[in-house]
Design a protein around this ligand. Structure first.
Ligand code: FES
Length: 102
């Protein structure tokens, strides 16, 4: 059985991120992955709190451990195409534990 090439965790069960739209972000990422037939290569997982509350929706991509903050559903197509498929992180959304980097 193949293993996933990338894992995306979306904080959907913390106390804050769901109030900022993280469930919709998770749904949008899953839709983009499904539409491209990549469900066997890229996994979108719901997650609990990352202790980064207030910066949500927060997501993190593994294995490279790339963090994104304040992600909107409208950002998901770019995250999938640029980062998850193309290997180029979306710089405007990057997060370093204090805030967005750019
Ligand atoms: S609720 Fe999402 S990081 Fe804490």
């Amino acid at each position: 059985m193949d293993v996933f090439q990338k894992h995306v965790f979306v904080c959907t069960t913390g106390k804050i991120c769901p109030t900022q739209g993280s469930v919709e972000v998770c749904d949008a990422l899953r839709k983009e992955i499904s539409e491209r037939g990549l469900k066997k290569q890229i996994r979108i997982n719901k997650s609990g709190c990352f202790d980064q509350c207030g910066n949500g929706p927060v997501i993190v991509v593994y294995p490279e451990s790339t963090w994104y903050a304040h992600v909107e559903p409208s950002d998901c197509k770019e995250i999938v195409e640029s980062h998850l498929i193309g290997g180029k992180p979306v710089e405007k959304l990057l997060y370093d534990g204090k805030g967005r980097i750019v």
